[in-house]
Design a protein around this ligand. Sequence first.
Ligand SMILES: *[C@@H]1O[C@H](CO)[C@@H](O)[C@H](O)[C@H]1NC(C)=O
Ligand SMILES: *[C@@H]1O[C@H](CO)[C@@H](O)[C@H](O)[C@H]1NC(C)=O
Length: 282
Amino acid sequence: MTFMLFIYCLYTIFILFFPSLIIFTVAETSFITQYQSLSYGNTIVSPHGIFELGFFNLGNPNKIYLGIWYKNVPLKDVVWVANGGSPIKASSILKLNRYGNLVLTYNNKVVWCTSSSETVQNPVAELLDSGNLVIRDENRTKAYTYLWQSFDYPSNTMLPGMQIGWNLKRSLSTHLIAWKSDDDPTPGDLSWGIILHPYPEICIMKGTKKYYRLGPWNGLRFSGRPLMKLNDPSNNYEFVSNKEEVYYRWSLKQTSLISRVVLNQTTKERRRYVLSKKSWTL
Ligand SMILES: *[C@@H]1O[C@H](CO)[C@@H](O)[C@H](O)[C@H]1NC(C)=O
Ligand SMILES: *[C@@H]1O[C@H](CO)[C@@H](O)[C@H](O)[C@H]1NC(C)=O
């Protein structure tokens, strides 16, 4: 009895003096709910432990970024950055507000936030095994119900399942933007996406100029790129063009493969990496 009382007292003291620890700690989970926040050192992990979301630096501890990386790849390669152009300090906090937006603050100033399409009763943010960070209603899991998704706002990396192109209804262009350099995720001047006129065309752009183009989609493949085989044994390529959207998507036939495409500011090219035996091969 005395022991129970002792434990209870300890617990009460803990709650009284360290309420922030309880509110701000996220155990290994793939979610951030309205009542939780994520601070430096804490992460969320996708359900099967493939991707992790949290804060990282690229060598300079005073330049911290919010991002997503592979959890079980030794180099923890970053596949998405929220605040590439505006690094923060360790005391920053990521919260999901009641309007269903993730808000990253430093010294009470908003450094980055999402733009959810509507408000819902119980918003949650979840990191999926595809590497997509989505905001949705707690009880709605279908992709079309997402209020916001990081796949719409890529960094320099295309992951399988991501759509590069245009959501015409929302006038939203989804394209890759190269990092300035390997240790600086500030958006560079090189981007890769779809230009709509006069035909949808996949291009690497340098600033506003076409740098390299794949050519228009001829129904089977991009005409400028004969190597892109239709009956590729390990990849599916898809191009969709209708009144609402125009996009290019790539997915893997073997879901056990880990692969990514990175737009590189230095070499001015897109490179496909495949993970094999714990290291990336081109
Ligand atoms: C959402 O799901 C939870 C658990 O399944 C349930 O308790 C809750 O009532 C649901 N909320 C709504 C708004 O349907
Ligand atoms: C870009 O290419 C250079 C040269 O091969 C390489 O050192 C660098 O790591 C690449 N950067 C990215 C972001 O892939």
